[in-house]
Design a protein. Structure first.
Length: 382
């Protein structure tokens, strides 16, 4: 059998496929080529290159990224200029593999946008940034959602976790802690002695409010809330009732609002205003700011102007809502900023000293910090 002849390439195709060497050599680089070249150069830049350019040690450059507070302003500026000039990007993935941790703090909360929650978040973020670390925030509005984020943070080997929980997350936090990732629970006290927590003394808030109202001569008090089953509301009610022990003859009525909104506060106050004077509270303590502002709007005119509807109002954490009230608002303020700062400091202490903790009954214990709220009169609300 005759072997097949190779297919011949037509001359015009050969000419079309042949590129003159001078053309290929002289052609300007494409944008993609320039980008690839820059990426290759950046990937080859090391922390030692930055240190040499800045005239500092490699450990100083490391501190620039991870502990900037340890450096003077002049040193930080020199390192920053060297980093920018060389286009250096630290390889956090490599650091995670080397150290077993990520320079990231995970933060989970159901509420990230309200005034109080924002104060807490900003305090956490500022403190973490001061240490050269980063904050990864997640909105865990359901129990399953927060458990999912906890698993994600554990997989990412974050340095630590702060969480304002919706459900019971302490068993999951215990499992994560066994892998070397500490955590702090905020907004509610932890039930386990091995779980650090920072919370507000809500019972004290109720006590402070009642003592102030009684001191102002009020005799018939109303406790207004939309969620009487919530643990923090129960704590406030317990504190309010406890304050009555030192004030004989004072009545306290529990009043349920339709929900926690400003409009619900207005509706609640309007219903109270329809009562006969002898059945009407002369002071209200509202368990959130929006209810307080709604009731204040109705009773803002004061004594003698609305058939003597002289009803004083105090709101828990009402400061951010005060501009909407149309009248001065007295509030019991929760320590949101202090909560965030205390939580981060506790967490950094756990990170720095993972094996050092007080021992009680043979078990490791962690601090449970309870912060005090404070009464804020209208003149000092700003």
């Amino acid at each position: 059998m005759k072997r097949d002849e190779p297919h011949a390439v037509p001359p015009e195709c050969r000419r079309r496929n042949r590129t003159p060497p001078s053309t290929a050599r002289d052609a300007p680089p494409t944008p993609d080529h320039r980008l690839e070249t820059r990426e290759n150069r950046l990937s080859q830049t090391t922390i030692r290159d930055v240190a040499a350019a800045a005239g500092v040690s490699a450990s100083t450059v490391s501190n620039f990224f991870h502990h900037p507070g340890k450096l003077t302003g002049a040193t930080r500026e020199r390192v920053r200029q060297a980093v920018e000039a060389l286009g250096f990007v630290p390889n956090h993935a490599a650091r995670t593999l080397r150290t077993g941790t990520n320079p990231v703090i995970g933060y989970i909360a159901a509420d990230l946008v309200s005034a109080g929650a924002s104060e807490t978040t900003h305090a956490i973020e500022r403190r973490i940034a001061h240490e050269g670390m980063h904050l990864l925030m997640a909105n865990g509005s359901t129990e399953e959602g927060e458990r999912s984020y906890l698993r994600l943070f554990a997989q990412q080997r974050v340095a630590g976790i702060i969480i304002a929980p919706v459900g019971d997350v302490e068993p999951e936090l215990s499992r994560i802690r066994a892998h070397g990732i500490p955590s702090v629970v905020i907004t509610r006290p932890a039930t386990s002695t091995t779980q650090a927590s920072v919370s507000t003394d809500h019972a004290l808030a109720g006590r402070i409010a009642v003592e102030h109202l009684v001191g102002q001569g009020r005799r018939r008090l109303g406790f207004v809330s939309d969620d009487l089953g919530a643990w923090h509301v129960q704590d406030q009610l317990r504190g309010a009732v406890g304050a009555l022990g030192a004030a004989p003859g004072i009545a306290l009525e529990v009043i349920r609002a339709a929900d926690g909104s400003l409009n619900a506060g207005i509706a609640c106050a309007e219903a109270i205003a329809q009562r006969p004077q002898e059945e009407r509270p002369d002071a209200l303590y509202c368990t959130n700011g929006s209810l307080a502002v709604g009731t204040t709007r109705v009773f803002a005119a004061g004594p003698g102007t609305q058939d003597s509807l002289d009803v004083a109002v105090i709101g828990y954490d009402a400061g951010a809502w005060a501009p909407l009230a149309g009248a001065p608002v007295t509030a019991v303020r929760a320590p949101h900023q202090e909560t965030g700062l205390t939580a981060v400091n506790l967490l950094f202490d756990r990170i720095a000293k993972p094996h050092q903790a007080a021992r009680a009954a043979g078990a490791l214990t962690c601090p449970h910090v309870r912060l005090a709220p404070e009464l804020v009169l209208p003149a000092s609300m700003a």
